[in-house]
Design a protein around this ligand. Structure first.
Ligand code: ADP
Ligand code: MG
Ligand code: MG
Length: 192
């Protein structure tokens, strides 16, 4: 169940993890992308933190919406609109529920729609989908999250920049799946 407090805490933890792992995320993006994922996400979460500090947010819907707008407007890379759309769809879903599962499912559907993508293509969806499946069966653990990220190594990318290297992306972790792991870890740590 999302509350104003645990959602704010989630975003604060997410920002911290992104900042701590900024160079690592960009390193993951180097062999199969353009080496900017850590910088993109750090810039985005800095903007989120500034917006949340300066705008009135009274509901979880307000918080998701402010987060979405900051990510969409401040991140140039693919990840900005994708995470931003996820947050915007979560804002819409939170008009009628505060339950984590339907809200996160709406976020996942938003990424799929915006990215014209599905799980199995070596993207952030390969973290979102297994994480949400685990939440559904009440079996979400740190190990589930890590195993899903690790499993992106075995996939040849067919979406995003990594698809340009195709088969040669095998053996590398998807950077967006890794940043998504930090998001789900943050949810768990915030007690959502
Ligand atoms: P860019 O590729 O524009 O430099 P980033 O490096 O910030 O953007 O983000 C790359 C990440 O975005 C990838 O690792 C992948 O997880 C995700 N991504 C890219 N394209 C898609 C897509 N069509 N659907 C879902 N996720 C995607
Ligand atoms: Mg990149
Ligand atoms: Mg880029």
């Amino acid at each position: 169940m999302f509350t104003v407090d645990n959602l704010k805490k989630t975003l604060q933890l997410f920002k911290e993890k992104i900042d701590q792992n900024k160079d690592y995320l960009s390193e993951l993006d180097t062999p199969i992308g353009d080496g900017d994922h850590g910088n993109n996400m750090a810039r985005g979460m800095e903007a989120v933190s500034e917006s949340l500090g300066s705008k009135e947010t009274e509901t979880i819907q307000d918080i998701f919406k402010v987060t979405a707008m900051a990510l969409i407007s401040k991140v140039g890379g693919a990840s900005g609109p994708l995470y931003g759309t996820a947050m915007m769809e979560m804002a819409k879903a939170s008009a009628t529920t505060a339950e984590a599962l339907p809200i996160l499912e709406a976020g996942l559907a938003g990424i799929e729609k915006r990215g014209n993508s599905k799980p199995g293509e070596k993207t952030m969806l390969d973290e979102w989908a297994p994480a949400i499946d685990a939440i559904k069966s009440d079996t979400l653990t740190e190990a589930t999250l890590k195993a899903a990220v690790e499993a992106t190594k075995d996939i040849a990318a067919t979406k995003g920049r990594a698809s340009y290297v195709g088969e040669r992306s095998i053996g590398h972790i998807d950077p967006g799946a890794m940043s998504s792991m930090y998001f789900f870890q943050s949810l768990m740590e915030a007690g959502v």
